[in-house]
Design a protein around this ligand. Structure first.
Ligand code: CIR
Length: 255
């Protein structure tokens, strides 16, 4: 099986990115760019073919392509991002995805960020957050139910997205920070908890059997390795200042 990873370069304008739960800190664009290139290299080493979208220098958050689509094997849903500054990112992502998937689109008054969507098999969990509303969840449900998926919404508070608090690290195993999210909706899955000293450690990127994980969270990394996972670390410290994590910087498609 081949995976394509869609990515997009870090724009110099990232210094004026959206911020919700973090205070603005200076971002070194050169370092961010080098870390992003290392992330793309890690994706390649994990078996992905990396396709970079054309750069969009005037869109500060455009490196975070995950928010702009929900890609399933059967179709791709182009989102209407919760932050209005991010809505112009959608057209180019749609053009790239149209080569691989039938497309449907979230429409106003719905808004949704891909970072709020966690797929575990045929179950799709969607965070109701400052970036995703119930109307969009209803639209998503209408798109995916005919393909055999169920959609469940989960309240997200205190963090940007659902996947800031929980991500998938195996076919039916989750990495979760229970201090940030109610674990009850995920009770049917195995759960590995993040280390309490590392509140931002729940975002890991699974590519087949390889788990890409930030260098910043060694204690949680140890837990993952003890659980037998093939963990490869990536330094994502500069983009973390823009409230971005590992899943945010790619859209993975099975082809
Ligand atoms: C934003 O606020 O939209 C960006 N600064 C960060 C987006 C991170 N995306 C993600 O977690 N999926």
């Amino acid at each position: 099986m081949t995976f394509i990873a869609l990515t997009r370069a870090v724009p110099a304008s990232i210094v004026s990115c959206e911020l919700t739960h973090l205070d603005r800190e200076p971002i070194n664009v050169e370092i961010a760019d080098a870390q992003h290139a290392a992330y793309e290299a890690a994706l390649r080493a994990s078996g992905c073919r990396v396709e970079r979208l054309d750069a969009t220098p005037d869109l500060p958050d455009s490196v975070f392509v995950e928010d702009i689509a929900v890609v399933l094997d059967e179709l791709a849903v182009i989102t209407r991002p919760g932050a209005s500054s991010r809505r112009p990112e959608s057209a180019s992502v749609a053009t790239a995805l149209a080569r691989y998937r039938d497309l449907v689109t979230i429409a106003a008054p719905g808004f949704l960020d891909g970072g709020d969507v966690l797929c575990v098999g045929r179950r799709i969990f969607v965070g109701l957050s400052s970036r995703t509303n119930a109307q969009a969840v209803e639209q998503l449900r209408g798109f995916v139910t005919p393909h055999g998926y169920s959609v469940e919404s989960v309240t997200v508070r205190g963090v940007l997205h659902l996947k800031s608090a929980v991500t998938r690290i195996g076919a039916s195993t989750l990495l979760i920070n229970r201090a940030l999210i109610d674990a009850t909706p995920f009770r049917d899955f195995d759960q590995l908890e993040t280390d309490p000293d590392e509140p931002a450690a729940a975002n890991a990127l699974l590519v087949e059997s390889v788990l890409l994980f930030p260098t910043a969270f060694p204690k949680t990394r140890e837990r993952l390795e003890k659980a037998g996972l093939d963990v490869r670390t990536v330094d994502a410290s500069e983009l973390a200042k823009a409230e971005g994590a590992l899943t945010c910087c790619s859209l993975l498609l099975r082809v």
